[in-house]
Ligand binder design. Sequence first.
Ligand SMILES: C[S@@+](CC[C@H](N)C(=O)[O-])C[C@H]1O[C@@H](n2cnc3c(N)ncnc32)[C@H](O)[C@@H]1O
Length: 279
Amino acid sequence: MTHLSSPETIEDIEIRLLLEALYVRYHYDFRDYAMASIKRRLRQARDQLGYPTLSALQESVLHEPAMLPRLLGYLTVQVSEMFRDPGYFRAIREKVVPHLKTYPSLKVWVAGCSAGEELYSLVILFREEGLESRTLFYATDINQDALRAAEAGIYDLDRIQLFTENHRKSGGKSSLSDYYSAAYGRASFDRTLRQQVVFSDHSLVTDAVFGEMHLISCRNVLIYFDRPLQDRAVGLFKESLTRKGFLGLGAKESLRFSQHAGSFHDFAREEKIYQRCAQ
Ligand SMILES: C[S@@+](CC[C@H](N)C(=O)[O-])C[C@H]1O[C@@H](n2cnc3c(N)ncnc32)[C@H](O)[C@@H]1O
């Protein structure tokens, strides 16, 4: 009788156990993320942090809480830009904003806000459109370092040229330089852009909804989840959105295969903006 018949490789077993350990010990749940990407990232963490095996990395993170943020830095992808995919922000400005202008007060949730690039893009857009003062923005993420960076609103100056170009292409009505001051190679965004923003730790995997939103922008987050987890997150958005509220996803994301697709209709199909049905 053999005990070696499992089709799982040793590495697969190590990954399963490491993700389980992270969940049980710290309540970070990556168990239903898209596995190919998780595997790549864990291998990278193991090699760059200098562990011979994922089991050794697991032991370290279990016993040393200081390892957690370092590992989260590998497990969460922090790529972002201001006004990323300018067509998306142009559609928000030209198609969504006219609807939002009919409400006396607004709530906007930027889910998976990373270091704040998407959030500041929306706050600037809302200011340009005269909506900022009636809007409360919620910026959430599971990565504490990213949330701290979002609250600081400081970016390397060498990224600003791209942000400026994106802002212009998105139909920006002012100059991006109106919103930051530059010094020592960094651009520091105006603190008034944060006066209507609540930053908070929130997981689309383990947490519940916290308010009724008119617009949810969750771009380039679902792409890292497997299908059932995407359904869970979209279920949260559905629950959180007011009737006829808007949901914006990333360029490579879609509601097409979601179990909640029937609760939304395409609002700006190309830009992946959906509207919650009235019923
Ligand atoms: C690639 S970034 C996207 C940033 C921004 N939304 C954009 O499109 O430019 C993905 C973000 O999702 C966050 N994230 C990953 N899992 C999450 C979860 N379960 N709940 C909330 N945010 C999550 C990551 O920490 C990261 O900041």
